[in-house]
Design a protein around this ligand. Sequence first.
Ligand SMILES: Cc1ncc(COP(=O)(O)O)c(C=O)c1O
Length: 383
Amino acid sequence: MAAGHCRTEIADAVHEQLLTLDFTAPFLRAHSKAFELAERVTHYTPKGLNRIFFTNSGSEAVDTAMKMALAWHRIRGQPQRQMFVSRERAYHGVNMGGVSLAGMVNNRRTFGLGLAGVHHMRHTALPENKFAKGQPEHGAELAEDLQRFCNLYGGENIAAVFVEPAAGSFGCLPPPKGYLNRLREICTQHGILLVFDEVITGWGRMGAPFGAQAFGVTPDLLTMAKAITNGAQPMGAVAARQDIYDDITNAGPAKGVEFFHGYTYSAHPASCAAGLAMMDIFAKEKLIERGAAMSPKFIDAMHSLRDCAIVTDIRSIGMMAAVDVAVDGAPGARGHEAQKRLYDAGLNLKSTGDALIVAPPLVMEDKHLDEIVSKLRGVLKGL
Ligand SMILES: Cc1ncc(COP(=O)(O)O)c(C=O)c1O
């Protein structure tokens, strides 16, 4: 909820929309707000990524991006590019493509191996980076894992590399300095598409519109969701490079479906109305600049919790941080207990294992930050 809960501008826009046009089947039809929102979104996406495909969630955006990558390579006469590379400790949603990309053992334990041909680079949570504020110094060399996959499997067989610019759901892992730049170089060298999954890092969370701009690295495809509608209506999207869009649509039949993919609720009118209201809020309230201005204070405040005895690491970037608590009994048990106690104390956050993830609204004020820190401190001291 980048703009805070229950924004009347968004609620009113959705209400009005449902009374005007509540649904249109998107496979053969569109409505003006879908185009308007796509255009407004491109004011924020990195330069060149100016074609928008709407989905209903981050998970759908990830699987859509995988299909775009496969389709594009086929059109360009490279159907052998069917492998994907992602990373340990990554989260890419819950659909089968995203589950295969994610670097989480529970996916394998619960759902089996997933798609064939997905390889995972090592994660970037290095012990020497403990308590780093912002991008850590160590770990750029971990990008060479991608080069090793190119050497082992043939770079010409890899369709795309998916990374969260800063891993979110696994507990805020900012990219080591130089790491994303090196991934970009290797992808370019081998003709591999670089996809940033910005479902968390997008829309101001990193102190810039997207992680791409915050870290100065431009991907070929970018997924987003959440704050595009302030979370008030389900919506995700993929931003694609113009030439990827052109190649795919030009290869399709003159009269018929160009890209054999879509969802019944893609660009749902109510979601588009919410998205447009949110674009107004972004502009009017300078939300992204506001988050960027608050970030240093937020990061310092989170790191002030280092003196709590059970805190073993704190990582932070933009308006996202994670506080690790020492394992007590089964891994994750203490983290779970902490988030329950915090909820009872009035602080609603997500825990992953023993990491407590703090990602407050971009409209947060000093007094809210003080409250967050004091509630965290109280619970962490009492555990
Ligand atoms: C990086 C990333 N990708 C994908 C998703 C999945 O998004 P959704 O839950 O909207 O399907 C998430 C959700 O948090 C995410 O953090």
